[in-house]
Design a protein around this ligand. Structure first.
Ligand code: LMR
Length: 329
């Protein structure tokens, strides 16, 4: 009799289990290094909201902004180890994984505008690049825009000679290193989270960033000059741990894919607007000069930097470069 009771109790418990599981959502930790009030920050929040709605609460996305969980280098490791499930690192941060193709995005003057960029990121060339991540245990879901970079320092940056000897903070990328050296600057790799302080204390003299990053980190407060060089691009790949992603129920994956598609539209809309507004906010702040180079000045900068394409071609892969040149010309 007692055995019977036990079995009945066990059966009752088992019957309850699916309901109990259904109530505890699948948690996706989404870590990033920028402020909430940035294109990436806003798109991550939007994705979290839509993921919850479209999966009817089966998924809960927790967003950790501002390097509060992990800094640049650590977050990639955390993703591969499964300590976080989702990230959107800048495209410059994928080369350390051994996926050198991504460094093409760092090449100076490779895209004239967003339409050139989208020809790559929203088309087959971009899809092929994301596929390359799979061998590293990472699934690439989307490209999110940020924008074209400005240069900043405490001195005016107009002629190529103005960069000579300046210590410039860069992301960890051999292409960005070569780009800074092409104008005689001394590149220094620093985590994003350490950049403001490095500028403030003079560890570095200047940096490059889309205006939205510059403004939300208050870098303009420690940089007297910003030059609208638009010499290169900074954007993101949204990535998930492959094992985690493949292990999700198919209906959940489909819903998350839809949420991601919607978030990508939001990210790209917000990016353009935020970068324009950020530059305007730096201008109205009034203590930092915002300089728009003349066509001739920008041409000379381009002339100095463009040899980096050839210099880095064998590293990035000529085939990837040719594919990019083909769709952007
Ligand atoms: C940087 O390190 O400058 C950027 O990658 C930060 C970011 O995520 O936009």
């Amino acid at each position: 009799r007692s055995l019977l009771t036990l079995t009945a109790a066990a059966a009752a418990t088992l019957a309850l289990l699916p309901a109990a599981f259904a109530q505890s959502p699948i948690v996706i930790k989404f870590s990033h290094v920028v402020a909430i009030d940035t294109p990436k920050g806003k798109a991550a929040e939007f994705f979290a909201k839509r993921a919850g709605e479209l999966t009817k609460g089966k998924v809960k996305v927790e967003v950790y902004p501002n390097s509060q969980l992990y800094k640049d280098k650590e977050e990639m490791e955390a993703l591969q180890l499964g300590s976080v499930q989702m990230l959107a690192p800048s495209l410059s941060k994928f080369a350390p994984l051994g996926v050198k193709e991504f460094e093409a995005f760092d090449l100076p003057f490779i895209f004239d505008d967003y339409s050139d960029l989208h020809a790559v990121t929203q088309g087959p060339v971009g899809a092929k690049m994301l596929k390359k991540l799979e061998s590293r245990g990472i699934t690439g879901l989307a490209f999110w825009d940020n924008g074209f970079k400005v240069m900043s320092a405490n001195k005016p940056l107009r002629a190529v000679e103005d960069y000579k000897g300046l210590k410039m903070r860069i992301q960890s990328s051999k292409v960005l290193d070569a780009q800074m050296r092409s104008v005689g600057a001394l590149p220094q790799v620093l985590a994003f989270s350490e950049t403001y302080q490095a500028l403030q204390t003079g560890v570095v003299d200047g940096t490059e960033n889309p205006p939205s990053n510059l403004y939300t980190q208050k870098m303009h407060e420690v940089q007297k000059n910003v030059t609208m060089t638009n010499h290169g691009y900074l954007g993101y790949a949204v990535v998930v741990n492959k094992k985690f992603w493949d292990g999700l129920p198919a209906d959940v994956r489909t819903a998350l894919g839809k949420a991601m598609a919607e978030a990508t539209v939001v990210a790209n809309d917000v990016a353009k607007k935020d970068n324009e507004e950020a530059l305007e906010k730096v201008r109205t702040w009034g203590k930092t000069a915002v300089y728009k180079p003349s066509l001739a000045e920008r041409f000379l900068l381009k002339k100095a930097m463009v040899p980096v394409h050839k210099q880095m071609a064998s590293r990035i892969g000529q085939e990837t470069l040719d594919e990019i040149y083909k769709v952007t010309n």
